[in-house]
Design a protein around this ligand. Structure first.
Ligand SMILES: [Cu+2]
Length: 309
């Protein structure tokens, strides 16, 4: 009987293994993609550290899962009720209970250690970042101010509208400090490729909240979508922006233009005008490429209210 059960178990293991292999193969994912477990590719060192924490936490969770699933299957398959006789009982087994306390404690301690180390790294701030951006969130858009770069009317600033997604143009390979502030309700500044979001609170500050964070660099040029990640009212879902990371020389050119007067309009260059003026291909597209504006004009109620305002 033992032999028969053995071959049955071997056959079952083979089938499970094959199904697993086909399952993984059919997703068409590369190893790198599989190890990110659904996260986007990180573009900052902080994001990469969080991705490593995520990957190894999932691996640890899966290892525990495989052991638990195995034990469940093992008891279901091999320890079914065989007779009326009560099997040997193992309650008050001291060594076993010690193991069951020590092992989870060690697991939690290890997870806690790596979480704390990663969190300290991610929330760390330098004495003087290369660039500072003031992020002002409001229902339902964003304004990005560059306090170090002045024009006649105050700092260089980009603000979104119903028809225009605001572009947060920043240099790659430079440290950037983001100071967050809301003028109304709580929003949340979220760039998926940064693997980071932070709530944006209205003033005054409460509960020792830290409204600024820093990244040591964006390690490539590119466009990355940004979103509001805190339900903030009717048009929360379309409160998007775009991070546009340009090489430092291009960023300097951009900021230079933003501080100059555009002869055609008599005003300083807007973000779109400055990017149009520059020559850097797709990176200088004057509008967002990762998301589209959403027309907030809604006239559907006119039918039910008789059309009057
Ligand atoms: Cu919001």
């Amino acid at each position: 009987m033992g032999l028969k059960e053995g071959t049955r178990a071997a056959r079952l293991a083979k089938v499970v293994g094959l199904v697993g292999l086909v399952g993984i193969g059919a997703t068409g994912c590369s190893t790198d993609e599989v190890l990110r477990f659904g996260w986007p590719v990180a573009v900052t060192p902080q994001a990469e550290k969080m991705r490593e924490l995520w990957t190894w936490s999932v691996v640890a969770a899966l290892a525990v899962g495989v052991i638990v699933w195995g034990l469940i299957l093992w008891s279901v398959a091999f320890h079914r009720k065989k007779s009326e006789e009560l099997p040997r009982q193992v309650a008050y087994n001291l060594p076993l209970e010690l193991v069951l306390i020590v092992v989870p404690t060690v697991i939690v301690a290890v997870l806690f250690y790596f979480t704390a180390v990663t969190q300290n790294y991610v929330t760390d701030k330098s004495e003087k970042p290369d660039v500072t951006v003031d992020v002002i969130a409001f229902q339902w858009n964003w304004e990005f101010r560059y306090p170090e770069f002045k024009t006649a009317d105050g700092p260089v600033s980009t603000v979104g509208s119903s028809g225009e997604i605001p572009l947060l143009v920043v240099p790659s390979d430079k440290s950037i400090r983001f100071n967050l502030e809301s003028t109304d309700v709580i929003h949340s500044f979220y760039v998926p490729e940064f693997h980071f979001k932070r709530d944006v609170f209205p003033l005054p500050k409460k509960n020792n909240q830290d409204s600024s964070f820093e990244i040591t660099k964006i390690d490539r040029e590119g466009s990355f979508v940004g979103r509001c990640a805190e339900l903030c009212g009717t048009y929360h879902s379309v409160m998007n922006f775009e991070v546009r990371a340009l090489k430092p020389a291009l960023f300097d050119e951009y900021i230079g233009l933003r501080q100059k007067t555009n002869e055609k309009t008599g005003k300083p260059y807007t973000a779109a005008e400055a990017l149009t003026e520059m020559d850097c291909g797709e990176l200088c597209t004057p509008h967002a490429v990762t998301t589209k504006p959403f027309d907030t004009d809604r006239t559907v109620r006119e039918a039910s209210t008789g059309g009057g305002k």
